[in-house]
Design a protein around this ligand. Structure first.
Ligand code: GLY
Ligand code: MN
Ligand code: MN
Length: 443
């Protein structure tokens, strides 16, 4: 059994969350911010989906319970207030521990905390006479209705001299900018999520063999995630053998692995809310064929070219453009496409075999928050940003495609942190050269 990657520290330290709240308050300047966490969702009858806090709420609080709202009052005397569930001995017997407002205030470091049962009554009072309401309309219709009801309740008091906030600004837009640059606490968690997922991929490589099922490989991955302290997969694992690898979001994971096929695994885990996102592709029987190796090394070269572009000041698109040029040349060399590299890129002929982009932000969300463009230009990379580099090629069987390449799907995906010097690959413990993969599979 592979050695367990380090697990995260379960003791609650509110320092990074308090710092983020202070940073946000400084950015807001004035007004009141309202940020509810995610609702619980029914899976069937009286059973819920595993609960996960809203990412923005988690970013600012670390508070894990549903039915909670963060209120921030910006201005001369800033205030942080949590509304949460009361303690309830009966419910705690059935469902587990609840902090209750008093302990929540203490442990998570708020200025004040109240029962969520008081929220609706207190809301008009809180927002009255505030110059700005910071709230993200349009994400949750129930919450939108509550907020607008409170606005109307204040408007109804106009003769008493109360005034509802005259503007509503998008709170998430401010938080998106903050979330784009990870702090030390976030980077440490992302390193752990990356290390655990890398160990899981190694375990999957060792386990895979002709005759096993895709779901058995999935079980190895999720076993390793949980064994190492990750709370959950960051997204449904893709375990795609043979032609299934050409389905980008394949999650059925029900097929038997066949000798001679490749297996594409896209799987990452979540540690204290933070995602990793790794893809590796390897032969089910442990040995690449010539055609598989040709395509694999092409994707690996594309990935190396993309990684070389990850550095401060580079436009977000630079890694994608670098990967694309290598892939386009490779598709021409392997007689999958005709023409010149510029021509293949200009006409987008490459999209037949490479139809997705090379990167996305990574963090609390696997496709993380943060704008990719600023005004008319692509955002430039800066230290503290985390993103994936994930070129691939997907070649379905067709008459005009050499038979040796039929139904081969390959993706190689790593998670990278932009540093002052360039970048650090957080997921490098997952082998990716042909020699390294074959050695692990032999071992
Ligand atoms: N696993 C989702 C992605 O690679 O973007
Ligand atoms: Mn990805
Ligand atoms: Mn992925």
């Amino acid at each position: 059994m592979p050695k367990c990657a380090p697990t995260y520290n379960l003791r609650m330290d509110s320092t990074p969350f308090r710092q983020r709240r202070a940073n946000l308050l400084a950015r807001l300047g004035e007004g009141i911010a309202i940020l509810p966490t995610a609702p619980e969702r029914i899976r069937n009858r009286d059973t819920h989906f595993p609960y996960r806090a809203d990412s923005y709420f988690h970013y600012l609080t670390g508070f894990p319970e549903p039915e909670a709202v963060l209120v921030l009052v910006a201005g001369q005397s800033p205030q942080t207030i949590l509304f949460c569930r009361d303690k309830d001995a009966e419910k705690e017997t059935w469902e587990g521990f609840r902090y209750g407002p008093e302990a929540a205030r203490e442990v998570f470091g708020f200025d004040a905390a109240h029962s969520i049962a008081e929220f609706e009554a207190k809301l008009p009072e809180l927002i009255a006479d505030q110059p700005v309401l910071w709230y993200s309309l349009g994400h949750d219709a129930d919450w939108d209705a509550r907020i607008l009801k409170a606005m109307n309740a204040v408007r109804a008091q106009s003769r008493a001299g109360r005034r509802a906030p005259p503007v509503i600004y998008d709170l998430r837009a401010v938080l998106d900018e903050m979330r784009l640059i990870k702090d030390g606490h976030e980077i440490a968690l992302m390193r752990q999520a990356a290390a655990i997922a890398a160990a899981a991929h190694v375990r999957a490589m060792r386990f895979a063999a002709p005759g096993r099922f895709e779901y058995e490989v999935e079980a190895e991955l999720t076993h390793e995630f949980r064994r190492c302290g990750a709370q959950a997969p960051a997204y449904p694992p893709i375990v795609a053998s043979g032609a299934n690898a050409c389905i980008l979001h394949y999650v059925a994971n029900g097929q038997r692995l066949k000798d001679g096929e490749l297996l594409l695994i896209d799987a990452g885990c979540e540690v204290a809310g933070y995602a990793s996102d790794i893809t590796r592709t390897f032969p089910v029987n442990g040995r690449f064929t010539g055609a598989q190796a040709d395509l694999y090394d092409l994707v690996l070269d594309a990935q190396s070219a993309a990684l070389a572009e990850v550095k401060p000041g580079a436009p977000f698109t630079a890694p994608h453009e670098a990967a694309l040029r290598v892939l386009a040349q490779g598709f021409i060399d392997l007689k999958l496409l005709e023409g010149s590299v510029d021509g293949v890129i200009e006409s987008e002929a490459y999209k037949r075999f490479y139809m997705h982009r090379t990167s996305h932000w990574l963090g609390l969300d696997v496709h993380d928050a943060g704008e990719y463009r600023q005004g008319d230009t692509w955002r430039t990379l800066a230290p503290g940003m985390t993103l994936t580099i994930e070129p691939g090629c997907y070649i379905r069987a067709a008459d005009d495609v050499p038979a040796a390449f039929h139904d081969i799907g390959i993706r190689i995906e790593d998670d990278v942190l932009v540093t002052a010097e360039g970048c650090q690959v957080l997921t490098e413990a997952a082998p990716k050269t042909i020699a390294a993969i074959e050695a692990v599979m032999r071992g």
